[in-house]
Design a protein around this ligand. Structure first.
Ligand SMILES: [Zn+2]
Length: 596
C-alpha cells in the first residue's frame, strides 16, 4: 500500500492556487473583520423597503454586494479546510465564516416579508419608475411569486418556531443510520474478518466473490430488519411533515410545494416517471444479460453491482487525461476548450490525495473566484469521468459568472447536473470513437449502460416511491414497515424484471435511502442525465443551432426559471422526447454491447 503524503510534501504544480482569492491568511482575516463591521449597513434598510423605488434598489444592491463578498470569504475557508481537514487554523476560519453567514441570514430575514408587504400593484409601479429595479425584475418576481402561499405574520412566526421540530426526524434518521447502527463484521475475499460499514458495503457489492457480496447484503439488511419499525416511523414523519407544511401554505400537495421552489411544474415529474415506466423492458433486458454473463441460475440483488468485465483495458495518468479531456470536449467549441485550458494552466484543480484531504470530488467557487475543483485522482477511467464531470460544473460557473450579474449567476441543481453529465456523454462517445478494440468498446458501453441504470432508472424508481409515500400518507394510509416493504418489493420487481429475485431483504431498501429525507430531490438526477444525453447527441450530430443554444444555457445562470432556460435552449422538459432520446441511446448501446 502506498503511504499517503502530507500536503506539504506534494508537488504544488498539482494543487489548486488559492492565492488569487486571498494573497495570505492575513488579508483574509482583515476582510472578515471589515465585513463583520459592515453588517449594520445591511440592517439599516429594515422597515424602509416601501419608501421609494430608489431605497428598494439601494437595499437590494447593498444586500447583494454584501452576500457576494461573504460568499468569497466562505468559499476560501471551505476550500482551505477541505485540502487538509486536520488543519486547526482553517477549521477555525471556516467556523467563523459560517457564523457570519448565519448572522447575515438573521440580519436580512426582514427582507422577504417586507417585500411581500408591498402591494403588488405598487411594486409594479416601483419597477416601472426605476431602471435599476427593471434590472431586478426577475429577482423581484421570483421573490414575490409565492405571495399567495405566505401566511399572516403570526402564522409565519409559529411555523418558523416549529421548523426545528418539523425536521427533527431527519436528524434522528441520520444519527441512527450513521452513528448508532452497527453492521458487525463479515469475512472478506481473503477470509479476514472486516467491519461492515456503509462505505465498505458499496465496495463489497462490487466484489467478484459472491459469498462476500451475499454476506455484506444480508449483514447490512439484518440491521434494517431489526429496526424497521423505527425507520418506518421516521420516514413516515418526513411525509407527514411535508404534507402538513404544504397544506398549511395552501398547496395541493407536498410535491407541488417542493417543485414550486424553482417554479417547476409537476408535469416534469410525471412525464419522467411515465416515460421511464414504458421503457422498463429495456432494463429487464439488461438485467437478463447480466444474469447470463455472470452464469447464475438465480440473480440476486447483491449481484447487481459486481463488474461484468474486470479492470478497465485503458488507463490514463492525470497528465495524459488533460489531453483526452480537450479532445473529448472539442465538440463544445474553441471558446469552451479555451476555458478548459485555463482550468489546467491557472491551477483550478487540486488533483491528488494527501493526508487529511476531503474524499470524493466537487466543483466550488464564488462569483469572484475561479471555479475550483477538488478531486482525489487515481489512474484509470473513473477519475477521468469525474474530471470531465466536475469541469462541466466549473465551466458552467465560469460562463454564468462572466455573463450574468451576481444576482443571476447562481444556477440551481436542476440545471447543474445537465452541464456535468453532458461532458460525460461526450467522453463516452470520444472513447468509443477512439478505442476500437473489442475490450475497450465493451467496457465503455457497459459504463454508459450502468450510468443510465443508476441515474435514470434507479433514481426514477426512488422518485416514484417517494411520491407514493407522500400521496399514501396524504390519503390517510399508515406507512407501516410492512406496508412500505410490500410496495417497495413490488416496485423493485417492476423495475428490474423477472430475471432477478426481488423476494428478498431488498424490500427494506426504503429504510436506508437518505434522499427520502431531501424533499423531492432525486428526480433531478434522472431529468438532468436525460437532458444531457439529448444535448450531447444533438451537438455530436451537428444539429443546427444546438451547440449555440447549449452554450447560451451555460451562460444563463439563473436569469430565468430553469424550465424557461431549457425552453430557450430548445428543450421542453414537460415533454417526453428528451427522456425518450436517452432511452433510445440506452437501447442502441445495449444492442451494441450484446453484439460484442
Ligand atoms: Zn455533479
Amino acid at each position: 500500500m502506498v503511504e499517503i503524503k502530507q500536503r506539504e510534501a506534494m508537488d504544488p504544480a498539482y494543487q489548486w492556487d488559492l492565492s488569487s482569492v486571498f494573497e495570505s491568511d492575513e488579508t483574509f482575516e482583515l476582510s472578515l473583520e471589515s465585513l463583520k463591521e459592515q453588517l449594520p449597513e445591511v440592517t439599516a434598510f429594515k422597515g424602509r423597503l416601501s419608501e421609494s423605488p430608489e431605497v428598494l434598489a439601494d437595499a437590494i444592491d447593498t444586500l447583494e454586494n454584501y452576500s457576494r463578498q461573504l460568499h468569497t470569504l466562505y468559499v476560501y475557508t471551505s476550500l482551505k479546510r477541505d485540502q487538509d481537514q486536520g488543519n486547526d487554523t482553517y477549521q477555525r476560519y471556516e467556523a467563523q465564516a459560517s457564523q457570519l453567514l448565519s448572522e447575515y441570514a438573521a440580519a436580512t430575514s426582514f427582507f422577504q416579508p417586507e417585500l411581500l408587504a408591498i402591494d403588488p400593484e405598487e411594486l409594479e409601479d416601483f419597477i416601472r419608475r426605476s431602471e435599476r429595479l427593471q434590472f431586478y425584475r426577475h429577482y423581484l418576481e421570483d421573490a414575490t411569486r409565492q405571495r399567495k402561499h405566505v401566511l399572516s405574520p403570526a402564522q409565519e412566526k409559529l411555523l418558523a418556531q416549529a421548523r426545528e421540530v418539523l425536521s427533527a426526524h431527519s436528524d434522528t434518521f441520520s444519527l441512527l443510520n450513521n452513528a448508532d447502527l452497527s453492521f458487525g463484521t463479515i469475512k472478506d475475499e481473503a477470509g479476514q474478518e472486516v467491519p461492515l460499514t456503509h462505505g465498505s458495503y458499496s465496495k463489497y457489492m462490487e466484489s467478484t466473490d459472491r459469498r462476500v457480496r451475499r454476506d455484506a447484503f444480508e449483514g447490512l439488511y439484518a440491521q434494517y430488519e431489526q429496526f424497521k419499525n423505527t425507520f418506518a416511523s421516521l420516514v413516515s414523519t418526513q411525509m407527514k411533515s411535508g404534507n402538513f407544511r404544504a397544506k398549511a401554505r395552501h398547496y395541493d400537495s407536498a410535491r407541488q410545494a417542493a417543485l414550486d421552489s424553482h417554479n417547476i411544474s409537476e408535469d416534469v415529474y410525471d412525464t419522467l416517471v411515465d416515460t421511464v415506466n414504458e421503457a422498463l423492458p429495456l432494463l429487464h433486458e439488461y438485467v437478463a444479460l447480466r444474469k447470463d454473463m455472470l452464469g447464475l441460475d438465480t440473480l440476486e440483488m447483491y449481484d447487481m453491482y459486481t463488474p461484468l468485465l474486470g479492470d478497465p483495458p485503458i488507463s490514463f495518468t492525470y497528465d495524459e487525461a488533460k489531453d483526452v479531456v480537450l479532445k473529448a470536449l472539442a465538440p463544445l467549441g474553441s471558446d469552451y476548450t479555451a476555458i478548459l485550458t485555463r482550468a489546467f494552466d491557472e491551477k483550478w484543480i487540486d488533483v491528488y490525495e494527501n493526508k487529511g484531504k476531503r474524499s470524493g470530488a466537487y466543483s466550488s467557487g464564488s462569483y469572484d473566484t475561479k471555479p475550483y475543483i477538488l478531486m482525489n485522482w487515481q489512474d484509470g477511467l473513473n477519475s477521468l469521468y469525474t474530471l470531465v464531470h466536475e469541469l462541466g460544473h466549473s465551466v458552467h460557473s465560469e460562463l454564468s459568472n462572466t455573463h450574468q450579474a451576481y444576482v443571476y449567476s447562481n444556477y440551481p441543481i436542476f440545471l447543474a447536473e445537465i452541464a456535468s453529465t453532458t461532458n460525460e456523454n461526450l467522453l463516452t462517445q470520444y472513447l468509443l470513437d477512439t478505442y476500437q478494440d473489442k475490450e475497450t468498446q465493451a467496457y465503455v458501453l457497459n459504463h454508459f449502460l450502468d450510468g443510465v441504470k443508476g441515474t435514470v432508472f434507479r433514481q426514477t424508481q426512488f422518485a416514484e416511491f417517494e411520491h407514493f409515500m407522500y400521496t399514501q400518507e396524504a390519503a390517510g394510509e399508515p406507512l407501516t414497515a410492512q406496508f412500505l416493504s410490500k410496495h417497495y418489493q413490488e416496485l423493485n420487481a417492476k423495475y428490474y424484471g423477472s430475471s432477478v429475485n426481488s423476494d428478498s431483504q431488498i424490500a427494506l431498501e426504503w429504510a436506508r435511502i437518505p434522499h427520502f429525507y431531501y424533499n423531492y430531490y432525486v428526480y433531478q438526477y434522472a431529468t438532468g442525465f436525460s437532458a444531457a444525453t439529448y444535448f450531447a447527441q444533438g451537438i455530436l450530430k451537428g444539429e443546427a443551432g444546438m451547440l449555440e443554444s447549449y452554450v447560451n444555457f451555460l451562460k444563463s445562470g439563473s436569469k430565468d426559471y430553469p424550465i424557461a432556460i431549457m425552453q430557450e435552449a430548445g428543450l421542453d422538459m414537460t415533454q417526453t422526447d428528451y427522456i425518450q432520446a436517452t432511452l433510445n441511446a440506452f437501447n442502441e448501446r445495449l444492442q451494441a454491447f450484446k453484439a460484442l
